[in-house]
Design a protein around this ligand. Structure first.
Ligand code: NAD
Length: 495
């Protein structure tokens, strides 16, 4: 069986650890390879390689770095089918969705190619007589990135193109559940001409993560994953003096006003609820229907769900399997909770017929109506193909529900009333808002991130925030000596 190695200093690296973890094909339930789990010594080796590469890479001209970014962009675009196949094999998402993931990652690479413009400093001439002030932005050093299973290519791509473009060197710790895309991208960087040691990958679990969080030569941590781990990452990395951004979990609501086009709403709810088997941090998991539309809407959603095909992602189905057997069982467990808590299961995904192997990690699209807001079905992030419906009497009741949630990643309103949408955008305490758009992921030149327990730290991913996160500003005050300005003066210069 294949073992997925780390990638250090431009080549595969086995490291010293004897621990490994199985990597499954979720559509068959079969282990296809295993992945090494790094020791802290293996992490040291990756950080040492990144540290050694920093002087050369940060000293390279903007033009040189931009050229490597362009080469990487061209290679990724030309060979995206290869990495999409890896994503489907290890994550289970269908091919079209895997290609969509690469497309969103490419946007960030394209944004990063503009780095000479984006990282420009400022200049003020003659702030005091003969004195100029200007600023530059410089890279941080070695930056750590820790990513989740659900976007094995896109989430790392949210961070490393900009980090690298800005002159940093990188140690990426991808999810151990689907580690191969990271290695594929490392090989691509090499082909694009990136010097060895600028981009390194260590695989692993908590041992590797803790080693990165505590390492004195790691300047920053960018994390994406579940909320409890995000909080831990934020606190631990900050305690070790690092700059940190930690994006957490979500529970995204779609508020449907009575004037909305219910066919558009039903299409959007199905797309946003069941795409990638609901394993998206921007998936819609709760439809909040303002009465009297709920009965109609539930019927329209259910009838669309009956047309969805579930199966192996390579076979042209709409939806693939979940990431693991444990996760599938955990998600299915929420259907039992729903029954106990008095909700109504309208479409039951258990026991669905699939186009794929019997042992795949399957759960079909599920719709649960009249979910009580004190049920764990409503309060927990389920992260699977389970769409809940909550019925409210007014717009105000719907907004209050959304604002009461501990999460604030994404939300959407569906309405034909511009005034209501405008009011919603002001009143709702959520970081990313869709108006008749169910998954409002900002394009690459805006920044991505939620509020509340969906983001710890004050900087979002990619876009302008990332330029800020991956660089430090220096302000320089300069005067070229002129005898007319000599003499002793203990005050601030005034004119
Ligand atoms: P996870 O928190 O289990 O794992 C994320 C990363 O943390 C992985 O690399 C994993 O190896 C590591 N990790 C796991 N347990 C750890 C521990 N105890 N100590 C240190 N490190 C640990 O998340 P996941 O299951 O891979 O991904 C799904 C979660 O990610 C969901 O909650 C989803 O909402 C969230 N997510 C959020 C965003 C966002 O932008 N806010 C985007 C994608 C995914």
């Amino acid at each position: 069986m294949n073992t997925v190695d780390h990638w250090v200093a431009g080549r595969a690296f086995a490291g010293e650890s004897s621990r490994t973890s199985p990597v499954f094909n979720p559509a068959t339930g079969v282990v296809s390879r295993d992945v090494r789990l790094a020791t802290s010594g293996d992490v040291d080796a990756a950080v040492a390689a990144a540290t050694a590469a920093f002087a050369g890479w940060s000293g390279a001209s903007w033009a040189k770095r931009q050229q490597v970014l362009f080469a990487f962009r061209e290679l990724l675009n030309a060979r995206k089918d290869e990495v999409a196949a890896i994503l489907t094999n290890e994550h289970g998402k269908v091919t079209a969705d895997a290609l969509g993931e690469i497309a969103r990652g490419l946007e960030v690479v394209e944004f990063a190619t503009g780095i000479p413009y984006l990282a420009k400093g400022e200049y003020s001439e003659n702030v005091s007589t003969g004195v100029d002030v200007y600023s530059t932005r410089q890279p941080l050093g070695v930056v750590g990135i820790i990513s989740p299973f659900n976007f094995p290519a896109m989430v790392p791509l949210w961070f490393f193109p900009i980090a690298i473009a800005a002159g940093n060197t990188v140690v990426l710790k991808p999810s151990e559940k689907d580690p191969s895309a990271a290695i594929w991208m490392a090989e691509l960087w090499k082909e694009a001409g990136l010097p060895d040691g600028v981009f390194n990958v260590v695989h692993g679990d908590k041992v590797a993560v803790d080693a990165l969080l505590e390492h004195p030569d790691v300047a920053s941590i960018s994390f994406v994953g579940s909320t409890p781990i995000a909080k831990y990452i934020y606190e631990t990395a900050a305690k070790h003096g690092k700059r940190v951004q930690a994006l957490g979990g979500a529970k995204n609501h779609m508020l449907v006003l009575p004037d909305a086009d219910l066919d558009l709403v039903a299409d959007s709810a199905v797309n946003a609820g069941f795409g990638s088997a609901g394993e998206r941090c921007m998936a819609i998991s709760v439809v909040v229907a303002v009465e009297p539309v709920a009965d109609d809407l539930v019927e329209k959603i259910a009838s669309r769900m009956s047309t969805l095909t579930v199966g192996d992602g390579t076979r042209g189905c709409d939806m693939g399997p979940l990431i693991s057997r444990e996760h599938r069982d955990k998600v299915a467990g929420y259907l039992e909770i729903a029954e106990t808590d008095g909700a109504e299961i309208v479409v039951d995904g258990r026991g669905i017929e699939v186009d794929g192997a019997d042992d795949g990690f399957w759960l079909g699209p599920t719709l649960i109506d009249r979910v009580p807001t004190d049920s764990a079905v409503y309060t927990d992030e389920i992260f699977g193909p389970v769409l809940s419906v909550v019925r409210v009497a007014t717009y105000e009741e719907g907004v209050a529900l959304i604002n009461f949630s501990r999460y604030g990643n994404g939300t959407a309103i569906f309405t034909n009333d511009g005034g209501a949408a405008r009011r919603f955008q002001r009143e709702v305490n959520v970081g990313m808002i869709g108006i008749n758009v169910p998954i409002p992921v900002p394009v690459g030149y805006f920044s991505f991130g939620g509020w509340k327990d969906s983001l710890f730290g004050d900087t979002k991913a990619y876009g302008p925030d990332a330029i800020h996160f991956f660089t430090r500003q220096k302000a320089i005050t300069s005067r070229w000596l002129d005898p007319s300005h000599g003499g002793i003066n203990l005050g601030f210069p005034q004119n």
